[in-house]
Design a binder for this molecule. Structure first.
Ligand SMILES: Nc1ncnc2c1ncn2[C@@H]1O[C@H](COP(=O)(O)OP(=O)(O)O)[C@@H](O)[C@H]1O
Ligand SMILES: [Mg+2]
Length: 221
């Protein structure tokens, strides 16, 4: 499935707003921790101070004039710094890194939904990522109306610039993910996110267990 030059596992979660990524990721991390595995949970854009600052710029609701290419470049810059400072060192130490969003978000949101083109967005990200791609990516697929409804029901979350987008944008994001899942079947696994988070977590765990001998050895020890 991947080059085994690094001892750790790089697992990313993708999907639209309110798909339950953050919730399911925490549950998966708890499961893995209980088995004594070294787990690092992180998110994009952010995860380290420089990238959190970039995240702040990207998501600031007052930045209504932000150009789509500027936005894509900022995401790629935050991604690079986060990889170098946090993800790669953890992988080299053998940790299981669970990352809430990664390059597929840029491809689906900026590339497809904003219309920059997936190829163009991949080019700048190829430069940023160099050769650190996820071993497995879980796409938590949800009808955007359900996902946005979940968020609307939870008034504690900060309102950000993306929440202002129309439903059509979120439908296009879903379409982008579907295209990516079709193109990268060896890496991206679709999970129906319209189910309780416990079920999502179990499916992710089972897939990791089925796919990888190394994971089986580690979870059984
Ligand atoms: N599987 C689920 N079913 C129903 N509600 C969920 C589920 N997972 C998360 N939620 C709720 O939906 C909202 C968004 O969840 P969150 O994990 O933050 O999604 P995301 O990180 O994908 O935007 C939260 O209020 C959360 O409690
Ligand atoms: Mg989240």
């Amino acid at each position: 499935m991947t080059d085994r030059q690094r001892p750790g596992w790089f697992i990313t979660l993708e999907g639209g707003e309110g798909a339950g990524k953050t919730t399911a990721m925490q549950q998966l991390a708890d499961s893995l921790n209980r088995r004594g595995l070294d787990v690092v949970i992180t998110r994009e854009p952010g995860g380290i101070p420089i990238a959190e600052k970039i995240r702040h710029i990207i998501l600031d609701p007052s930045h209504t004039t932000m150009d789509a290419r500027t936005e894509a470049l900022l995401y790629a810059a935050a991604r690079r710094q986060h990889l170098v400072e946090k993800v790669i060192p953890a992988l080299q130490k053998g940790a299981i890194v669970l990352c809430d969003r990664f390059v597929d978000s840029s491809l689906a949101y900026q590339g497809h939904a904003r219309g920059l083109g997936m190829d163009a967005v991949w080019e700048i990200n190829r430069f940023a990522i160099h050769d650190t791609m996820p071993d497995v990516t879980f796409w938590l697929d949800i009808d955007p109306e359900i996902g946005l409804g979940r968020i609307a029901a939870n008034d504690t979350r900060e309102f950000n610039r993306l929440d202002q987008e129309q439903l059509a944008f979120h439908l296009a994001v879903r379409e982008g993910y579907a295209r990516l899942a079709e193109q990268h079947q060896e890496r991206i696994v679709r999970i129906d996110a319209n189910q309780p988070s416990e079920g999502i977590k179990r499916q992710m765990f089972d897939i990791l267990y089925e796919r990888t001998q190394d994971f089986r050895v580690r979870t059984c020890k």
